[in-house]
Design a protein around this ligand. Structure first.
Ligand SMILES: *[C@@H]1O[C@H](CO)[C@@H](O)[C@H](O)[C@H]1NC(C)=O
Length: 379
């Protein structure tokens, strides 16, 4: 009898130990969506503020601050400008050298994207430095892509540890120390590794995997330019530009040629959306893709240039601004064992409200073409 209970007790103890160790980590890992107090609706006590400035590092629940951080209510005025807030009634404003940060529990080695909304409040070329652990990226925010003034930006990282600090820092040094962007609505999403669909050499060719888009925000999420070795919020794809972005759009608020997501090329030829793919030099490939409009009033003749190796093809699309798309194709001979597939909008476009817009690309596929088989077919 005693011989039987002892092992059972040992197993029970082991189970308890395992559960005891695993439970806090499992329940603490961030879930997709808004970060704890990611909309800043929970604010500081009045005693921790001087006018709008937050005076204590831990005054905002779930956040730690440093530098000149203001806690802003919807409709609050600055000089004679009203500061709007995109979600709820509260936001923060990052003045000179100000930082907000939050400690995140994540799954080590997993990739995540962060989406947050930002609005410029001063005339200067504002930037935000987003960092997670030792990784950082400086996001240019001087161009405004919405009529509300609020844009959602994305940033991606791979977790090196199971807890990481997410920081958003305004590196500016303006004469007016309060000068700096408003921040609100910070969310996270786990990124699945980019996958190839059967019969397509490209990863995430349909853009179904990408950064978090808030269900209530109609303006998608901007994917900023990134350095080559960085994690992309748009798995498989890279955005190259000095200061411009592409816009990741959702079927909930836009016309999307296929599936639930697509990319709007909003900054003309100043931005390239590209993917590198393994090829065999001398072999022929066929790239096919959809070019359309996002159904957002961009009623102009649009054009996308697709390039690969030394070939390129311009695909024009007459947009009425109400949605729709056509297929385009590019056949090319690879010149090396890696080929860059590049998409660019050929022109700048502006909607009647003055905001930038452009063609949508989606449903991109790449296949090898057997020339010998093709020739046989025509004989
Ligand atoms: C951005 O922030 C990180 C982390 O604080 C820092 O290492 C990096 O130098 C900053 N980059 C710029 C351009 O300020």
């Amino acid at each position: 009898m005693t011989g039987g209970t002892r092992p059972r007790r040992a197993v029970l103890l082991l189970l308890l130990l395992l559960v005891g160790v695993a439970a806090p980590a499992a329940s603490g890992v961030v879930t997709d969506g808004l970060l704890p107090n990611g909309n800043f609706e929970q604010g500081p006590d009045e005693s921790q503020m001087s006018d709008t400035r937050v005076m204590s590092p831990n005054a905002i629940p779930h956040w730690e601050i440093s530098g000149f951080v203001e806690y802003i209510g919807s409709g609050q005025q600055q000089d004679d400008m009203i500061l709007p807030v995109p979600e709820g009634a509260r936001a923060v404003r990052l003045g000179n050298d100000a930082t907000i940060r939050q400690l995140l529990s994540v799954t080590q080695k997993a990739s995540y994207s962060i989406t947050f909304s930002a609005a410029r409040t001063c005339a200067q070329a504002e930037q935000l430095n987003v960092s997670v652990g030792p990784e950082s990226g400086v996001l240019p925010i001087q161009t405004v892509y919405t009529s509300s003034g609020w844009d959602s930006y994305s940033y991606a990282f791979r977790a090196r540890h199971s807890t990481v600090w997410l920081s958003i820092h305004n590196p500016g040094h303006e004469d007016d120390p309060a000068c700096g962007p408003l921040i609100d609505f910070i969310a996270i999403k786990t990124l699945s590794p980019p996958r190839r669909e059967k019969g397509n050499m490209l990863k995430n060719g349909d853009f179904e995997e990408g950064p978090f888009i808030f269900r209530d925000t109609p303006w998608g999420a901007l994917v900023p330019p990134m350095e080559e070795d960085k994690v992309s919020p748009l798995p498989g794809w890279m955005v190259m530009s000095d200061t411009k972005v592409v816009k990741y759009v959702d079927a909930g608020h836009h016309a999307v040629p296929r599936g639930a997501r697509a990319v709007e090329l909003v900054a003309g030829s100043e931005v390239a959306l590209l993917q590198e793919v393994r090829t065999v030099a001398g072999r022929t490939y066929r790239l096919s893709f959809s070019v359309g409009d996002a159904g957002n009033g961009c009623a102009q003749p649009l054009a996308v240039r697709a390039s690969a190796a030394s070939s390129s093809q311009a695909v024009t699309y007459e947009s009425r601004g109400t949605g729709g798309s056509r297929r385009g194709e590019l056949e090319f001979a690879a010149a090396a064992d890696v080929t860059r597939i590049v998409f660019q909008s050929m022109n700048h476009h502006m909607k009647p409200d003055g905001t930038l817009c452009g063609p949508v690309v989606d449903d991109i596929s790449l296949v090898g073409v057997s020339k010998r088989a093709a020739r046989r077919l025509f004989m």
